[in-house]
Design a protein around this ligand. Structure first.
Ligand code: NDP
Length: 403
């Protein structure tokens, strides 16, 4: 049994902490710290009421490295699970190194003043983690996270090489609001308004945001428009699956979402450049995020399903020529809410964060340095997905994607 310290108290954290509390044989002691202590206390109260387990709570600004080091030393965990925002990745990694503790997150570092999410900032910590005999696991959410594990599972069990890969992320949930994001609005809008980028023939191909779309019939949801986007696992997949000729990421958005986002963009509300407002500097996107519904409040009203997975084409392991496989998970918003009090987008991220943590604290996944999900054995992780609420399925398609 191990002690874990979770940072951040949003929807993803809430799911992860509930799931850790359901697995006390793995996570003996759970500590939860965030910027707003009352949010930690609310999660702890829900865990107590639903599961009967104790969660100790603290207030912390994770960007204050000395305070983080003190907290880590006080709690003495074997793992720090970063479920705050991407901006806090580097300070939390710094604190982990200073306090001598392993690290896990679900989203790669992004500087506040530039919407540029790339792994190089965190990969640069590899040698220092290695020398310290510590492990950092990057991106143990669904995408990134499970999508990389799905791809590596296909590579281990079905395909010798993967020629082309399409990651399809569909949220078919309806929350009844005019406009809301299902995870942190600031991070979500930075992601969807960034130019699209995909990997093709050894280089990145950039296209304007939300311009390239296809229609796909998602099981459990129905036909949806999916838009080509850049997503961070494309970078690690291109690195660790070097034979990939093409890798793309698609996310579904309804017409109402696109219309709202277009208007907000046109009037400057999604900008991350500071402006002066009533004598003080504000960032329009942060102001917008403050007035949008909080993702953790959407659970009660959200109905429908998510369906996220990968379609991979390549040379079959058994020598039977080129094959195409589709591997995915379907998650129901109302079931997710009934179990942890959070909608399926938080659920599909929080469960993999718990599973990645379980892999690390049990020593099933281990190593010295900074690692991506692609570098680990997919099998034990895939088993835990089936056992802990995110069952997956794999089918062979009769041809590669036609879009
Ligand atoms: P939320 O905005 O709901 O929660 C973020 C939490 O972090 C809040 O409790 C916030 O505190 C806290 N926080 C922010 N800044 C600090 C700080 N300086 N110090 C301490 N705590 C801080 O986000 P989500 O739960 O939706 O997302 C959490 C993470 O998961 C994000 O990094 C997101 O990008 C990632 N994610 C990954 C996905 C994947 O599939 N890989 C999918 C979805 C999300 P406060 O309450 O005070 O604001």
């Amino acid at each position: 049994m191990s002690t874990v310290l979770v940072i951040g108290a949003g929807g993803v954290s809430s799911v992860c902490v509930h799931k850790m509390a359901m697995n006390t044989g793995i996570f003996g002691e759970i500590h939860l710290a965030s910027r707003t202590r009352s949010k930690c206390d609310a999660i702890a109260a829900s865990v107590k009421q639903r599961i009967g387990a104790e969660v100790k709570t603290y207030e912390i600004d994770a960007e204050e490295v000395p305070a983080m080091v003190n907290l880590i030393r006080k709690v003495n965990p074997s793992l720090v699970v970063n479920l705050a925002l991407p901006y806090q990745d580097l300070p939390i990694m710094d604190a982990c190194m200073e306090a001598g503790v392993n690290y896990l997150d679900t989203a790669n570092y992004e500087p506040k003043d530039e919407a540029k999410f790339e792994y190089h900032w965190q990969w640069a910590y590899h040698d220092r983690f290695k020398e310290a005999g510590l492990m950092a696991l990057l991106g143990s959410g669904f995408d990134p996270g499970v999508t990389s594990v799905f791809t590596m599972w296909l590579k281990k069990h079905k395909l010798k090489t993967i020629r082309q890969l399409d990651i399809l992320d569909c949220n078919g949930g309806d929350h009844g609001q005019h406009f809301a994001t299902n995870f942190n609005p600031e991070i979500n809008i930075r992601e969807v308004t960034a130019p699209a980028r995909h990997w093709e023939n050894g280089q990145w191909v950039e296209t304007p945001a939300m311009q390239v779309k296809t229609s796909f019939d998602f099981e459990g949801v129905g036909p949806k428009n999916a838009y080509l986007m850049y997503h961070e696992e494309l970078e690690s997949l291109a690195k660790f699956v070097p034979e990939l000729e093409r890798a793309r990421f698609w996310m579904t958005f309804g017409d109402a979402y696109i219309t709202h986002l277009t208007v907000l963009q046109n009037v400057g509300m999604t900008s991350i450049d500071p402006i002066k407002y009533q004598g003080r500097e504000i960032i329009p996107l942060q102001f917008l995020a403050a007035v949008l519904p909080k993702p953790e409040t959407l659970g009660e009203t959200t109905k429908g399903k998510t369906n996220i997975g990968c379609i991979a084409t390549g040379e079959a392991l058994n020598g039977s020529g080129e094959k195409t496989f589709y591997i995915n998970n379907i998650c129901d918003h109302e079931d997710a809410f009934a179990e942890t009090g959070n909608q399926a987008v938080s659920y599909t991220t929080g469960v993999p964060a718990m599973i990645g943590s379980a892999m690390m604290v049990q020593g099933i996944w281990k190593g010295d340095g900074v690692f991506n999900m692609e570098q680990m054995d997919p099998d034990p992780y895939m088993d835990m997905l089936n056992a802990h609420g995110l069952p997956w399925q794999v089918v062979e398609l009769d041809r590669p994607v036609e879009f």
